[in-house]
Ligand binder design. Structure first.
Ligand code: CA
Length: 221
């Protein structure tokens, strides 16, 4: 999952990015409203976290422009406690949810999961493909009777594959899902992750399509 964070406060931004990355979320952080609106139009993100009090172009205007440009990505607004009118306007302008500062990261993550769930029409935070079940809250992967907790990056990789069972994702596509702009990516990073997941669940858990990329089976192995 890749999130666009539009937040001008350095301390909040850093803390948010750190805790999201710890959960295996790739974060692109933008500190300016106009640039945020532009980045939202790139179609590279699964969700935007939008601060309302931004210099220059305020968060509500960013949201209005996004929706006017038919950017459909879910938006969670981050607001201060006294911004009730703005929260209401934000929801009416097409935001999916909001969190009030100061908030617990756990709550924000749960709201992000809930918003993603609603968007995909799923009743629980769970991805299934064949024999595989990925718990999006606990970060556990189950394959038949084997269950293991994944590291943040392993989780991000399995999530990317399991969101589109049967689809072949190339190295570049996987790197896009796992790393934000400017993040250093080792050339063998994806191979290392796949190796460690296969070590836990067996080689057949991820199929390798030579020269094309990797996939998980839709109907089990
Ligand atoms: Ca702010």
């Amino acid at each position: 999952m890749r999130i666009l964070l539009i937040e001008d406060d350095a301390m909040i931004g850093r803390a948010l990015r750190r805790s999201l990355e710890r959960e295996g979320v790739a974060v692109d952080w933008i500190r300016d409203g106009a640039e945020g609106a532009e980045a939202a139009g790139l179609g590279e993100h699964d969700l935007a976290l939008l601060d309302l009090g931004l210099p220059g172009l305020g968060g509500l205007e960013v949201l209005r422009r996004m929706r006017a440009a038919r950017v459909q990505m879910p938006v969670v607004i981050v607001t201060a406690r006294d911004e009730i009118d703005d929260r209401v306007r934000g929801l009416d302008l097409g935001a999916d949810d909001y969190v009030v500062k100061p908030f617990a990261t756990r709550e924000l993550l749960a709201r992000i999961r809930a918003v993603s769930r609603r968007r995909s029409g799923a009743a629980e935070s769970l991805l299934q493909a064949g024999d595989l079940r990925l718990d999006l809250a606990e970060h556990t992967l189950a394959c038949g009777n084997d269950v293991a907790v994944l590291t943040a990056r392993e989780f991000a990789l399995m999530r990317a594959l399991m969101e589109r069972p049967g689809a072949i994702l190339s190295r570049a596509q996987l790197e896009d899902r796992l790393y934000g702009w400017g993040e250093e990516v080792e050339s063998n990073a994806i191979d290392v992750l796949i190796h460690s997941i296969r070590k836990k669940f067996g080689k057949s858990v991820i199929r390798n399509i030579r020269g094309a990329g990797w996939a998980v089976s839709r109907d089990g192995s």
